[in-house]
Design a protein around this ligand. Structure first.
Ligand SMILES: [Zn+2]
Length: 163
């Protein structure tokens, strides 16, 4: 735990306020704004989570390429898990995935913890799914509640200008 906490502290300290950007995604038709995330520590956690996502994406590609390059080597008599590049990548990959899951869990737990009782009730009513949108808006996603607009689109019906 010590090394992980140290790593996370270093990462969060390395994120400058100028790097703290809200998600681009707008509030959806079936989503209800229940608050705004203003805590910078949590905003930084979200930035870190997105960075880890990108690192994982890159590593996944590298890992796949390397695995193709070295196809068959893992079955050979000289295969050594300690020195093999693919095995080393697999180890790093697993740790990075764990870190991302942990940072993600911290973010969502922290976010829920910030919400006042009233917002938690709205969230419960909506079905319990919480999301984060543009300008750090916190939304409750209404499960199964399709807006009229979405329903019309789904059935290929014309959308009146009033909606
Ligand atoms: Zn290997």
């Amino acid at each position: 735990m010590g090394k992980f906490m140290q790593w996370m502290r270093n990462e969060l300290e390395g994120i400058k306020l100028a790097d703290v950007k809200s998600p681009d995604q707008e509030v959806g038709d079936n989503e209800e704004v229940i608050g705004t995330l203003t805590d910078t520590d949590l905003q930084k956690l979200r930035v870190l989570s997105v960075r880890l996502d990108r690192q994982i994406e890159t590593l996944t590609k590298e890992h796949a390429h390397k695995a193709i390059d070295m196809m068959g080597a893992e079955d050979g008599p000289d295969h050594n898990k300690e020195t093999c590049e693919v095995c080393t990548m697999a180890r790093n990959h697993a740790v990075l995935g764990d870190k991302k899951d942990a940072v993600n869990a911290l973010f969502w737990t922290g976010l829920r913890h910030e919400l006042p009782e009233e917002a938690l009730m709205k969230l419960q009513k909506a079905g319990g799914t919480v999301g984060i949108r543009k300008d750090w808006k916190i939304v409750a996603c209404h499960e199964g509640r399709r807006s009229l607009r979405e329903a019309l689109l789904a059935f290929g019906l014309p959308i009146p200008v009033s909606i």
